[in-house]
Design a protein around this ligand. Structure first.
Ligand SMILES: [Zn+2]
Ligand SMILES: [Zn+2]
Length: 175
Protein backbone atom coordinates (compact mmCIF):
# COMPACT_ATOMS: atom_id res chain seq x y z
CA UNK A 1 0.00 0.00 0.00
CA UNK A 2 1.00 3.62 -0.26
CA UNK A 3 1.03 5.97 2.70
CA UNK A 4 0.54 9.61 1.86
CA UNK A 5 3.07 11.75 3.67
CA UNK A 6 0.29 14.21 4.52
CA UNK A 7 -1.42 11.49 6.55
CA UNK A 8 1.56 11.32 8.87
CA UNK A 9 1.04 14.15 11.30
CA UNK A 10 3.29 15.40 14.06
CA UNK A 11 1.13 13.32 16.40
CA UNK A 12 2.26 10.17 14.60
CA UNK A 13 0.52 7.34 12.84
CA UNK A 14 0.20 3.71 13.83
CA UNK A 15 -0.66 1.13 11.18
CA UNK A 16 -1.02 -2.62 10.78
CA UNK A 17 -0.53 -3.68 7.19
CA UNK A 18 -0.38 -6.85 5.12
CA UNK A 19 1.39 -7.13 1.79
CA UNK A 20 0.91 -10.26 -0.29
CA UNK A 21 4.12 -12.27 -0.61
CA UNK A 22 3.46 -12.89 -4.29
CA UNK A 23 3.18 -9.13 -4.94
CA UNK A 24 6.52 -8.51 -3.24
CA UNK A 25 8.15 -11.31 -5.23
CA UNK A 26 6.87 -9.61 -8.36
CA UNK A 27 8.18 -6.18 -7.38
CA UNK A 28 11.60 -7.67 -6.67
CA UNK A 29 11.46 -9.22 -10.15
CA UNK A 30 13.81 -12.09 -9.44
CA UNK A 31 16.58 -9.81 -8.19
CA UNK A 32 16.40 -11.29 -4.69
CA UNK A 33 17.93 -14.56 -3.62
CA UNK A 34 14.93 -15.32 -1.46
CA UNK A 35 11.18 -15.42 -1.92
CA UNK A 36 8.12 -14.95 0.22
CA UNK A 37 5.97 -17.93 1.10
CA UNK A 38 3.35 -16.11 3.08
CA UNK A 39 1.88 -12.63 3.35
CA UNK A 40 4.15 -10.07 4.98
CA UNK A 41 2.55 -8.59 8.08
CA UNK A 42 3.88 -5.49 9.64
CA UNK A 43 3.14 -3.10 12.42
CA UNK A 44 4.36 0.40 11.63
CA UNK A 45 4.83 3.46 13.80
CA UNK A 46 5.40 6.58 11.77
CA UNK A 47 6.34 9.97 13.07
CA UNK A 48 7.39 13.15 11.39
CA UNK A 49 9.09 16.43 11.96
CA UNK A 50 8.82 18.71 8.98
CA UNK A 51 10.43 16.87 6.04
CA UNK A 52 11.83 14.11 8.24
CA UNK A 53 10.12 10.82 8.91
CA UNK A 54 11.00 8.13 11.38
CA UNK A 55 9.46 4.71 10.82
CA UNK A 56 9.79 1.79 13.19
CA UNK A 57 7.89 -1.40 13.73
CA UNK A 58 7.94 -5.10 13.36
CA UNK A 59 7.78 -7.39 10.32
CA UNK A 60 6.60 -11.00 10.24
CA UNK A 61 6.58 -13.43 7.34
CA UNK A 62 8.02 -16.70 6.09
CA UNK A 63 10.85 -16.61 3.61
CA UNK A 64 12.28 -19.33 1.40
CA UNK A 65 16.04 -19.26 1.01
CA UNK A 66 18.75 -21.54 -0.32
CA UNK A 67 21.36 -22.88 2.06
CA UNK A 68 24.76 -21.37 1.27
CA UNK A 69 26.48 -24.70 2.00
CA UNK A 70 24.25 -27.44 0.59
CA UNK A 71 22.01 -25.30 -1.72
CA UNK A 72 18.87 -26.95 -0.32
CA UNK A 73 15.86 -24.64 -0.02
CA UNK A 74 14.49 -24.08 3.44
CA UNK A 75 11.84 -21.96 5.10
CA UNK A 76 12.92 -19.21 7.41
CA UNK A 77 10.42 -17.69 9.83
CA UNK A 78 11.12 -13.97 9.79
CA UNK A 79 10.09 -11.87 12.77
CA UNK A 80 12.16 -8.80 13.39
CA UNK A 81 11.83 -5.23 14.53
CA UNK A 82 13.20 -2.42 12.39
CA UNK A 83 13.62 1.30 12.36
CA UNK A 84 14.48 3.58 9.51
CA UNK A 85 14.78 7.24 8.87
CA UNK A 86 13.50 9.06 5.80
CA UNK A 87 13.78 12.51 4.44
CA UNK A 88 11.62 14.02 1.81
CA UNK A 89 13.85 14.86 -1.12
CA UNK A 90 14.09 18.63 -1.45
CA UNK A 91 16.04 21.41 -3.08
CA UNK A 92 18.00 22.52 -0.08
CA UNK A 93 19.56 20.55 2.70
CA UNK A 94 17.95 21.38 5.99
CA UNK A 95 19.40 21.15 9.43
CA UNK A 96 19.79 17.71 10.98
CA UNK A 97 16.51 16.55 12.37
CA UNK A 98 16.15 15.68 16.02
CA UNK A 99 14.26 12.59 14.94
CA UNK A 100 17.30 11.05 13.33
CA UNK A 101 19.20 8.58 15.49
CA UNK A 102 22.93 8.86 14.77
CA UNK A 103 23.32 5.25 13.64
CA UNK A 104 20.62 5.23 10.96
CA UNK A 105 21.19 5.98 7.31
CA UNK A 106 19.04 8.53 5.58
CA UNK A 107 16.64 7.27 2.95
CA UNK A 108 15.13 9.78 0.59
CA UNK A 109 11.48 9.87 -0.39
CA UNK A 110 10.68 11.03 -3.89
CA UNK A 111 7.16 12.29 -4.36
CA UNK A 112 4.54 12.55 -1.63
CA UNK A 113 4.02 8.98 -0.52
CA UNK A 114 5.81 5.99 0.93
CA UNK A 115 5.36 2.63 -0.76
CA UNK A 116 5.16 0.09 2.05
CA UNK A 117 6.08 -2.80 -0.28
CA UNK A 118 9.43 -1.12 -1.02
CA UNK A 119 9.89 -0.31 2.64
CA UNK A 120 9.29 -3.90 3.76
CA UNK A 121 11.43 -5.42 1.01
CA UNK A 122 14.32 -3.12 1.85
CA UNK A 123 14.15 -3.82 5.57
CA UNK A 124 13.93 -7.58 5.14
CA UNK A 125 16.81 -7.68 2.65
CA UNK A 126 18.96 -5.81 5.19
CA UNK A 127 18.19 -8.22 8.01
CA UNK A 128 18.57 -11.57 6.29
CA UNK A 129 21.80 -13.48 6.83
CA UNK A 130 24.33 -13.06 4.00
CA UNK A 131 25.12 -16.76 4.10
CA UNK A 132 21.95 -18.54 5.13
CA UNK A 133 22.22 -22.05 6.53
CA UNK A 134 19.51 -24.72 6.52
CA UNK A 135 20.88 -25.79 9.90
CA UNK A 136 23.86 -24.55 11.92
CA UNK A 137 25.50 -27.96 11.58
CA UNK A 138 24.91 -28.29 7.81
CA UNK A 139 27.78 -30.32 6.31
CA UNK A 140 27.40 -28.90 2.82
CA UNK A 141 28.21 -30.57 -0.47
CA UNK A 142 31.21 -32.71 -1.35
CA UNK A 143 33.57 -30.49 -3.36
CA UNK A 144 34.43 -33.46 -5.58
CA UNK A 145 31.19 -35.22 -6.46
CA UNK A 146 28.61 -32.68 -5.25
CA UNK A 147 26.84 -35.17 -2.97
CA UNK A 148 24.87 -33.75 -0.06
CA UNK A 149 27.03 -34.74 2.91
CA UNK A 150 24.06 -34.32 5.27
CA UNK A 151 22.66 -37.49 3.72
CA UNK A 152 25.80 -39.50 4.43
CA UNK A 153 29.39 -39.80 3.34
CA UNK A 154 29.88 -40.10 -0.42
CA UNK A 155 33.16 -41.96 -0.07
CA UNK A 156 35.35 -39.37 -1.78
CA UNK A 157 38.72 -38.73 -0.17
CA UNK A 158 38.73 -35.26 1.33
CA UNK A 159 41.00 -32.83 3.09
CA UNK A 160 44.07 -34.01 1.22
CA UNK A 161 45.05 -30.36 0.94
CA UNK A 162 45.79 -30.78 -2.77
CA UNK A 163 43.49 -30.78 -5.70
CA UNK A 164 44.41 -31.64 -9.23
CA UNK A 165 43.93 -29.02 -11.91
CA UNK A 166 41.39 -31.29 -13.42
CA UNK A 167 39.06 -31.35 -10.43
CA UNK A 168 39.16 -27.57 -10.22
CA UNK A 169 38.05 -27.30 -13.83
CA UNK A 170 35.19 -29.64 -13.06
CA UNK A 171 34.08 -27.43 -10.18
CA UNK A 172 33.97 -24.38 -12.41
CA UNK A 173 31.80 -26.16 -14.94
CA UNK A 174 29.27 -27.16 -12.28
CA UNK A 175 28.78 -23.54 -11.30
ZN1 LIG B 1 22.48 -26.79 4.17
ZN1 LIG C 1 32.02 -36.92 -2.96
Amino acid sequence: MKIKLDEITEAGLSLDIVEQGSALNEIAGGSLDFSFLSPVKAHLELSRQGRSFFISGEIKTTIRMSCSRCTKEFDYPYDAPFSSYYERAGKSAERESELRPADLDVNFIEGDEIDTADLLLGQIALELPMQPLCAPECKGLCPKCGADLNLGDCGCARDTGKESKFSKLKDIKIK
